[in-house]
Design a protein around this ligand. Structure first.
Ligand code: NAP
Ligand code: HSE
Length: 425
């Protein structure tokens, strides 16, 4: 089996290293000798994390997808422009394609999968979601008897690494992000990680596989972690929660709800204790109940583990992705975000004067919102009170209207911070 790799960076280099160190095991499982014969890179003279003596390196990626001696192409370069053209060309040339590129699948997956079906080849992407965790295979195989009710996951390693370091070591956001980039966790454009876009790509894929619907990236409501302050982290800890960046997908009344946002989770929940670059995905099936999948969400060899599992599936012809069934997937409508019911955490900076809390709770009462917990920090040097509130379960539109009313009061000194709370019961 001759393999051509597009991109020999963190993931591509990891694939070569794992194929080398686990060669005997991989040959035993796949029944074939797997040889990486060609790899395309941007800069042929750059140092690599893997040996390249036996690989023909090229700066012409089309030379790989058009090479008749290559059986399977691994797209590990990223992006949705050139990568899409290359994947299309490889498929049209009758080659199976494996990619770790969640952006490509989330945005162009519907058409690429159809193209793959038309050309009778596979397009697989286990490594695109949650790094080394075989979550797509779990949904398609192990949980195939279930109707999935909920998927909730920490699905961006960089974001989780940043939040963990901020909480445990009080480190600065930008400083931790630089370390995540140096470790190879972050996307080429790290705003994809910190603004939630990467997690939204992954959630679109998870939702599609979990609910049997077409990919609907445009329907994922997305919020990143860049607005989470040290004060939010401290308040959450005091109230008994951890702040995690969650991707949540639910199907209710034949409508799909997909959202990515920072979330307070009770500390007792397993997901609240998933730290650093680790990812975890909670899946609730209507037969099995809650199940949890945990593992490294980014990094060279962890991601390579998922890429190579797809490779072995293709070679053994044990592919679980029901490519032919894909065309029958439903196109469920998206749920309006205003209709989503949630518990909320609010953080307010208010002038310390009598009646402020009474005014806030009066506005809550007029919207049928009750206060489940409240913490007030000492008054600061500017005579402002720092207040954190946990509400009851309430419709998002109701919460937004109440906050808009609170915000109009001149005792409010800055924008009220709103973060979802999930008990994951
Ligand atoms: P990376 O380290 O930046 O590697 C990208 C590779 O692609 C590099 O070898 C680069 O060449 C090559 N490349 C880029 N543009 C090219 C072009 N125009 N022509 C030829 N080669 C080109 O990226 P990565 O972290 O491995 O990520 C690759 C993909 O995997 C992305 O889609 C990413 O989202 C996904 N992914 C990454 C991880 C992770 O932990 N890093 C985990 C899961 C999924 P040079 O080396 O010469 O620059
Ligand atoms: N940048 C991604 C992350 C890589 O940090 O999760 C893995 O998909």
């Amino acid at each position: 089996m001759n393999i051509g790799i597009l991109g020999l960076g963190t993931v591509g280099g990891g694939v070569v290293n794992v194929l080398t160190k686990n060669q005997a095991e991989i040959t035993r499982r796949s029944g074939k000798n797997i040889t990486v014969t060609h790899a395309a890179v941007r800069d042929i003279n750059q140092d690599r994390i893997c040996p390249t003596d036996d690989i023909s390196l090229t700066q012409d990626p089309f030379g790989i997808v058009n090479n008749n001696e290559i059986d399977i192409v691994l797209e590990l370069m990223g992006g949705t422009g050139l990568a899409k053209d290359l994947v299309e060309q490889a498929i049209k040339n009758g080659k199976h394609v494996i990619t770790a590129n969640k952006a490509l699948i989330a945005i162009h997956g519907n058409e690429l999968l159809e193209l793959a079906k038309d050309n009778n080849v596979y397009l697989l992407f286990e490594a695109a979601v949650a790094g080394g965790i075989p979550i797509l295979k779990s949904l398609e195989q192990g949980l195939s008897a279930n109707q999935v009710e909920l998927v909730a996951g920490i699905i961006n390693g960089t974001g989780n690494f940043i939040l963990t370091e901020m909480r445990d070591k009080g480190r600065d956001f930008d400083d931790v992000l630089k370390e995540a980039q140096a470790l190879g966790y972050a996307e080429a454009d790290p705003t994809f990680d910190v603004e939630g876009i990467d997690a939204a790509h992954k959630l679109a894929i998870l939702g599609s596989i979990a609910f049997g619907c077409k990919l609907q990236f445009d329907n994922v409501s997305t919020e990143g972690i860049s607005q989470i302050s040290g004060e939010d982290v401290a308040f959450a800890t005091e109230l008994g929660y951890s702040i995690k960046h969650l991707g949540i997908a639910k199907k209710i009344d034949n409508k799909v709800q997909m959202r990515v946002h920072p979330t307070l989770i009770p500390k007792a929940r397993l997901l609240a204790n998933v730290d650093g670059v680790m990812n975890a995905v909670l899946v609730k099936g209507n037969a099995v109940g809650p199940t949890l999948y945990y593992g490294a969400g980014a990094g060279d060899e962890a991601t390579a583990s998922a890429v190579i599992a797809d490779l072995i599936d293709i070679i053994k012809d044990t592919v679980s992705h029901d490519i032919l069934g894909w065309q029958n997937f439903e196109d469920y409508p998206a749920c309006d975000t205003d209709d989503i019911e949630s518990i909320f955490y609010l953080r307010l900076l208010a002038t310390d004067k009598p009646g402020v809390l009474a005014d806030i709770t009066a506005i809550f009462a007029s919207h049928s919102i009750s206060v489940e917990a409240v913490v007030q920090k000492q008054i600061d040097s500017k005579n402002n009170a720092h207040i954190a509130i946990i509400t009851n379960m309430i419709k998002t539109s109701e919460m937004n209207e109440a906050v808009a009313e609170i915000q109009k009061n001149d005792f409010i000194q800055e924008d009220v911070k709103i973060i979802h709370v999930e008990t994951l019961d």
